[in-house]
Design a protein around this ligand. Structure first.
Ligand code: PPS
Length: 283
């Protein structure tokens, strides 16, 4: 079987089956679902952990009872021979925790009419690309690229796992003022996680018990999540190395050449023109 193929203009790994993509057209969304949506490698797991902890009243043990991969229905992929996640999700009690990276034209269409609460995490595209490049090499259901330069060209063209970074970010940015949508930036989480955690709690209407905010920030720091076996899956059969890699802003400088960075800035200006969406590339 081929490692990936293009469906509806998007390159998907074979584990994102045609059955999954077809099922999204009729997947029943619930109004009380909790969705974390991102372009791959933008900070999904980080936000998933924050949401889990807050949902569980900042009871860290309860939040982390189950491995983060099984706490959320990750709709996009199925392990060969297993039941598809949308099928399992259909019988889960509410509120369901759902994660997806699917692009707007392929995600569950009912998300627009049912309006569940959605947290979208965006990450500056250079770090996002560097992280995705590394993930392609550490996850054995994704293709490996012969070099950064080859990956870089594919990323600019939107011909990678996740499709076009520009299209996905624009789509959710343009929806950022809708009541059921919270648009968060990875770089803001790095700068001041406490403020973002507060924003998330207000968005969902969940109280943070007195004195617990600092503990949440500590629990969700990169070093804690790296040490936490429930968030850093080191032993997955799909991963050749630990899931938590660097967790930094600015690692892109180890990948982009000066000319690639300049060329990318021009591409960003062209693709995102008039949107008002900007990202920080260093802190
Ligand atoms: S996935 O596979 O698409 O769900 O990956 P995702 O979770 O979106 O992104 C993984 C990147 O997020 C980093 N990460 C964090 N950074 C800072 N703090 C915390 N707590 C944190 N948790 C995850 C993770 O290290 C990946 O980024 P890179 O740059 O590769 O290290």
């Amino acid at each position: 079987m081929e490692i990936d193929r293009v469906v509806g203009g998007v390159r998907h790994p074979s584990v994102t089956t045609d059955e999954i993509l077809e099922a999204m057209k009729t997947f029943e969304v619930r109004q009380d679902d909790i969705w974390v949506i991102t372009y791959p490698k933008a900070g999904t797991t980080w936000m998933q952990e924050i949401v889990s902890v807050l949902l569980n009243g900042c009871d860290f043990q309860k939040a982390d009872e189950i491995d983060i991969r099984h706490r959320y229905s990750f709709l996009d992929i199925v392990h060969p021979g297993h039941v598809c996640p949308h099928v399992k999700a259909a019988s889960k009690p509410s509120p369901r925790l759902i994660k997806t990276h699917l692009p707007s034209h392929q995600m569950a269409s009912e998300i627009i009419t049912k309006k569940p609460k959605i947290v979208y995490v965006g990450r500056n595209p250079k770090d996002n690309a560097a992280s995705l490049f590394n993930f392609h090499h550490s996850c054995n259901v994704l293709r490996t690229y012969e070099s950064w330069d080859v990956f870089y060209k594919a990323f600019c063209a939107g011909d990678v796992h996740g499709g076009s970074w520009f299209e996905m970010n624009l789509y959710w940015w343009n929806k950022r003022d809708e009541d059921n949508i919270l648009f968060v930036k990875y770089e803001d989480m790095k700068k001041d996680l406490g403020s973002v955690v507060l924003k998330v709690s207000e968005f969902f209407g969940w109280e943070i018990p007195d004195g617990k905010l600092e503990e949440v920030v500590k629990h969700c720091s990169f070093s804690s999540m790296k040490q936490n076996p429930k968030t850093n899956h080191t032993s997955s059969e799909w991963m050749k190395s630990a899931f938590m890699r660097k967790g930094e802003v600015g690692d892109w400088k180890n990948y982009f050449s000066v000319s690639q960075s300049e060329e990318f800035d021009k591409l960003y200006a062209e693709k995102m023109k008039g949107s008002g969406l900007t990202y920080q590339y260093e802190l």
